[in-house]
Design a binder for this molecule. Structure first.
Ligand code: F6R
Length: 259
């Protein structure tokens, strides 16, 4: 795992956009998308590169990490709607190739199995963007999620519902259940890219990066992945014991290495 401490969110956005641009320039790119606040700087930079530098998404397929149960894709806070608003409506990706689990399906278990099969059918996700919850979740794999779980329904913790209440009129409107790619599904992506900014994420980042590999902190699965990159700002890095080493590594990073 590589931990990259950046001076600003904009720097993180540029690094993540570099990683995505390299994948988007391949023949049949499969990109994994997250919602929430953390990816927004990266999406803004990707949209800018599309508009100003001709970066194309025309051959890409995209898979979202998760979706609220009970919110149709037309609901403004469904993740299907959020990703259209924040990214895909602003680039040249085919909307039919932007996939998310359907949280209104009659048979949620069957919908989750269909979603995993759709990811497998395109050969897996090449690069998966991840935010991290204050409780260490990735996707919506809350603490004690199975480390090898596949896409399935999950119950949100009250903490996550409170954290996400800012997107709704009140915490009571935040759905209690979600469909989420499992930790095993996420781990099968070729490259995992986690983004975290702000002091509120510092404890979760420290647990994920330097704590034990444990279901207690689902994001710790990044330690078990052959290619995982963690981009954090100074505030989110503030509880990392090895911060000096990560800074030294970045300052001495050879040109040939890349992320
Ligand atoms: C969203 C998702 C979540 C968020 C996490 C952090 O698709 O999977 O894991 O990434 O809750 O959210 P923000 O970035 O809003 O702090």
């Amino acid at each position: 795992m590589e931990v990259v401490i950046c001076p600003s969110a904009e720097d993180i956005g540029r690094h993540v956009a570099d990683v995505y641009e390299a994948v988007l320039r391949t023949e049949a790119p499969v990109i994994g998308l997250a919602t929430g606040s953390s990816p927004l700087v990266a999406y803004a930079e990707l949209i800018r590169r599309h508009r100003e530098e001709g970066l194309s998404f025309a051959h890409a397929s995209a898979f979202l990490l998760d979706e609220y149960v009970g919110l149709p894709a037309t609901h403004p806070e469904s993740y299907a709607a959020v990703i259209r608003r924040e990214l895909t409506d602003h680039v040249d990706i085919d909307p039919a190739r932007v996939h998310s689990p359907d949280g209104t399906a009659d048979d949620l278990a069957a919908e989750c199995a269909r979603y995993d099969a759709a990811i497998d059918a395109v050969g897996g996700v090449h690069v998966q963007l991840l935010g991290i919850g204050t409780d260490g979740h990735v996707g919506f794999n809350e603490p004690m999620s199975s480390l090898s779980s596949r896409t399935r329904p999950k119950t949100l913790t009250q903490q996550t519902r409170k954290d996400n209440a800012r997107f709704f009129d009140s915490v009571d409107e935040v759905p209690t259940h979600v469909l989420t790619q499992g930790l095993g599904t996420i781990r099968s992506a070729h490259h995992l890219v986690l983004v975290a900014t702000g002091e509120a994420k510092a404890e979760a980042v420290a647990a994920a990066v330097e704590g034990p590999l444990s279901a207690r902190c689902p994001a710790s699965i990044l330690q078990w992945h052959p290619h995982a990159t963690v981009f954090v700002d100074d505030a989110a890095a503030s509880r990392l014991d090895y911060a000096d080493y990560y800074r030294y590594t970045l300052a001495n990073k050879p040109d040939w290495q890349g992320f």
